[in-house]
Ligand binder design. Structure first.
Ligand SMILES: Cc1cc2nc3c(=O)[nH]c(=O)nc-3n(C[C@H](O)[C@H](O)[C@H](O)COP(=O)(O)OP(=O)(O)OC[C@H]3O[C@@H](n4cnc5c(N)ncnc54)[C@H](O)[C@@H]3O)c2cc1C
Ligand code: SF4
Length: 506
């Protein structure tokens, strides 16, 4: 008898482990382990979602005829897989697992699992992604510079998504320039999808409330689907109600509107409850059926076929050294409001509220508000990476790390963007209504009530002149800085210095 280990983000019936084993002869093992649940302080909703989805998936497997040994949290004494395997599976004829999504755990699989129980471990390639195993390193080999856009075009050709022969549908690869509208309230917002909770959900929510009370976030607004059927409902809901306007308002932010037209599909994709190809094809079909415009469909497919696959490629290409990168030499701690949500900066407070209430924030909230602020402040990449890994329901190292360390902090020298995504308050003002509700003045930079993003932005530009002044995409910014009146520049830099001395007071 062989043992197949199913990890918490491997909840797919198409998992290679299942194809490799025989349900008449072999057994599957699933375990809720203290080490995995606590190696960082995951948001309560993230733990509840994963445990509940695991329990539902185990039931699905049993219904399909598999024998599953399930170890619920608190009902066994094992902190990690090594201890579990050593105690129960020394007699197995082999252990089978699919390559995991985190370098940390993969190291343990490769180096410790076999030693702990004396049984051979077979680790299979994870084929649940759109990029075939080995494709990304081959694509990257010999290139001086890696850019998502070129990888994405290659993936479009490779998958034939939105292609007419060798040409992109609509004659352009990218419709991003149409996808930057602020939301002015004229288009009705989509309905919110809710799910009825079953006994498994209720048990898990109670367990998390009891055992993880000191973890961030609240369970009160838990709205995630926890079964593959609910994940399918979420996809259908997105295609019908949200996709048509997804492109137009992709970068918009509005007070009190936590999701706008975003899909909320990332946790289901990352747990394996949704197949990325099926998701892209559903969006593509909506375009061919005339139910969604091309700018929306292309923009959505680019996120999954392009960004999601690209960040995964970068992660496995560059780990483990990637996690240590800090090219801008940042060292500041994360201000306390990242945990409490209590700040006078209205944009930040809104993003923290969404994060703590829902274990969710959409991309622009993560990138251009909380991420941008950490970049301008010069937070230690490790500290901000850990925060993003902890607080979002969709956070797994392979996708969180490149997005934070690379895209937000530009700590890797530019694999995720040819220039840093640094912005002053005027970007936030253009794309949201946040500044209208804020105690700070977005129009000024050096007064005591000036928007902190403004002076910190120019301080960032000024202090990194050595790194960025020769970047052709930033030359104009340095020209603007050099043309400014020197008294004005000094006043802004003085204000920024005072904010940097006490960022917790903002
Ligand atoms: C600092 C930072 C940290 C992030 N951490 C994570 C993370 O831990 N897990 C995660 O899945 N995404 C992460 N992202 C990417 C993105 O913000 C989320 O995928 C998205 O907000 C999830 O919400 P949604 O499903 O409503 O996305 P939508 O806006 O509806 O996008 C559709 C899908 O595209 C994919 N996608 C979009 N952008 C990205 C991206 N940059 N990288 C990878 N996939 C993308 C997701 O699967 C998402 O579900 C991060 C982004 C930033 C800036
Ligand atoms: S004024 Fe500045 S701090 Fe306030 S909401 Fe606008 S960008 Fe954020």
């Amino acid at each position: 008898m062989k043992i197949g280990i199913i990890l918490g983000d491997q909840l797919s019936l198409s998992l290679p482990t299942l194809a490799h084993l025989d349900k008449q002869r072999d057994r599957l093992v699933m375990a809720e382990l203290a080490d995995e649940a606590t190696y960082v302080k995951h948001h309560k909703q993230k733990i509840a979602l994963i445990f509940s989805a695991m329990r539902h998936f185990a039931t699905d497997l049993q219904q399909q005829g598999w024998q599953v040994d399930y170890y619920p949290y608190g009902e066994h004494r094992h902190r990690d897989f090594e201890s579990l395997l050593a105690d129960h599976y020394r007699e197995a004829q082999g252990i089978v697992v699919t390559h995991c999504g985190e370098y940390r755990l993969q190291q343990r699989i490769d180096q410790q699992w076999s030693a702990s129980c004396g049984v051979e471990v077979t680790c299979l390639d994870d084929t649940r992604f759109l990029c075939a195993p080995g494709f990304f390193p081959r694509w990257a080999a010999g290139k001086k510079q890696l850019r998502m856009e070129f990888f994405y075009r290659e993936m479009r050709r490779h998958t034939s998504l939105l292609m007419e022969g060798s040409e992109p549908v609509g004659g352009k690869w990218n419709f991003d320039s149409s996808n930057r509208q602020p939301y002015k309230g004229k288009t009705p917002l989509p309905p919110v999808l809710t799910f009825t909770r079953d006994a498994i959900d209720e048990q898990v929510l109670a367990l998390v409330a009891e055992h993880f009370a000191d973890h961030p976030g609240s369970l009160q607004h838990f709205q995630w689907g926890t079964t593959s059927r609910q994940a399918q409902q979420a996809l259908a809901h997105f295609i019908e109600h949200r996709l048509p306007c997804f492109g137009d308002y992709q970068d918009a932010m509005i007070t009190g509107e936590d999701t706008l037209f975003h899909s909320l599909l990332s946790p289901y994709l990352n747990l394996g409850l949704l197949d990325p190809m099926a998701v892209c094809q559903a969006a593509e079909q909506a375009y061919y059926d005339g139910d969604a415009p091309l700018n929306a469909v292309e923009g959505f497919i680019r996120q999954i076929l392009g960004w999601r696959e690209y960040v995964r490629g970068i992660y496995w290409l560059l780990m483990p050294d990637y996690a240590k990168e800090n090219r801008l030499g940042n060292h500041r701690p994360l201000p306390s409001y990242y945990w409490t949500g209590e700040t006078k900066m209205h944009c930040m407070a809104e993003c923290f509220r969404n994060t703590l209430e829902h274990a969710y924030a959409h991309h622009i909230q993560r990138l251009m508000v909380t991420g941008n602020f950490a970049l301008l402040l010069g937070v230690l990449p490790d500290a901000i990476c850990q925060w993003y890994l902890e607080v979002y329901a969709d956070a797994f190292d392979w996708v969180e790390l490149p997005n934070t360390l690379g895209m937000v902090m530009h700590a890797d020298g530019g694999y995720l963007g040819s220039k840093p995504y640094a912005a002053s308050g005027s970007y936030i003002n253009r794309m949201s209504d946040y500044c209208k509700h804020c105690q700070y003045d977005v129009k000024t930079a050096s007064e005591s009530d000036s928007c902190p993003f403004n002076s910190l932005y120019w301080h960032f530009i000024h202090r990194h002149r050595g790194q960025f002044s020769t970047n052709h995409r930033m030359k104009m910014i340095y020209r603007n800085l050099d043309r400014m009146d020197s008294d004005k520049v000094n006043a802004m830099l003085t204000r920024a210095e005072s904010l940097l001395a006490n960022p917790d007071l903002l």
